[in-house]
Design a protein around this ligand. Structure first.
Ligand code: ADP
Length: 274
């Protein structure tokens, strides 16, 4: 807590007392901190990809070169431009969230199908990691499909990004009586215990050189938390430094699917007893 304290002498000559005025400036302090984090993130995260776009376009314009080299430079420009677009989209999402303007279009969706779709996309672009899925038997939820894809994409790209030396990433779907839990499990860098709790806050990133070397805005997890909690779910992280990280989220099972699910559970229980 940050408090401004002013001591005001009541009379100049003969002081008969002191009036203390306390003002809680925690909110202002937090806003200042957020602004300076925003400025440093924006300046670093915008400047790095922009300078490589500029550098490579200047190279391409200044001299003739072999087509293979041109292609390589163009691929880098494309990658960096995409990084900028992702960053701007994260900022816009965050801004919409904070102003309460983010809209949710909920429908009945099958989470297993969505997970498989997202993983198929990754398999096309990432051949280094092995992505394994374990499906649940009932994964119908009522949620906004595009936002759930956004959460899965964010969590999976983190798992890939922070696993530079290990290959296996598992996505596990697990049924509980009234909810479905999705776990994204990697064996990568892991997170120091004392920093896990802060990572759902905006702009927070693990403060060590290995993580800092890998780029990022520190906005992805904050966005995931907002999306999951707006849909009556929960999200959390379990991690051990040097061993790996599991980020999980849960969503309530769709109501009618849930009663069907309860029936299945009790039938299964009765069968077992018989
Ligand atoms: P970004 O990845 O853009 O930095 P996030 O909000 O998604 O932002 O993540 C915040 C931070 O949490 C990351 O910078 C990283 O330090 C840490 N983190 C997130 N996921 C993982 C993971 N799977 N393994 C290790 N660290 C992670």
């Amino acid at each position: 807590k940050h408090i401004d304290v002013y001591a005001i002498p009541v009379f100049r000559q003969s002081r008969i007392g002191t009036l203390f005025v306390h003002r809680d400036i925690t909110r202002e302090y937090e806003l200042d901190l957020m602004k300076s984090e925003l400025v440093s993130t924006v300046s670093h995260e915008l400047r790095t990809p922009l300078s490589s776009v500029l550098g490579f376009t200047e190279l391409l314009l200044s001299k003739t070169m072999k087509p293979e080299k041109q292609l390589k430079y163009l691929e880098t420009i494309h990658k960096e431009a995409k990084r900028l677009t992702d960053l701007i989209n994260d900022f816009l999402d965050l801004q919409r969230m904070e102003s309460g303007k983010q809209q949710y279009i909920t429908e009945r969706i099958n989470l297993s199908e969505i997970v498989l779709g997202v993983i198929d996309q990754y398999k096309l672009s990432d051949t280094h990691h092995v992505l394994l899925v374990d499906e649940a038997h009932n994964s119908e939820v009522e949620a906004d499909k595009d936002k759930i894809i956004q959460v899965l994409t964010n969590l999976l790209s983190n798992a890939i990004k922070f696993s530079p030396n290990s290959q296996e990433i598992k996505v596990l779907l697990h049924n509980e009586p009234d909810r479905i839990v999705v776990r994204i499990q990697d064996q990568g860098l892991g997170i120091p215990k004392d920093q896990i709790g802060q990572l759902f806050q905006k702009f927070r990133r693990v403060d060590n050189s290995a993580s800092k070397k890998i780029g990022g805005t520190g906005l992805g997890l904050a966005i995931c938390k907002e999306i999951i909690e707006k849909q009556k779910g929960s999200i959390g992280i379990e991690s051990a430094e040097g061993e790996g990280t599991t980020v999980w989220f849960s969503l309530p099972i769709h109501r009618s699917a849930s009663s069907r699910h309860e029936e299945e559970w009790s039938r299964w229980g009765a069968d077992k007893e018989a």
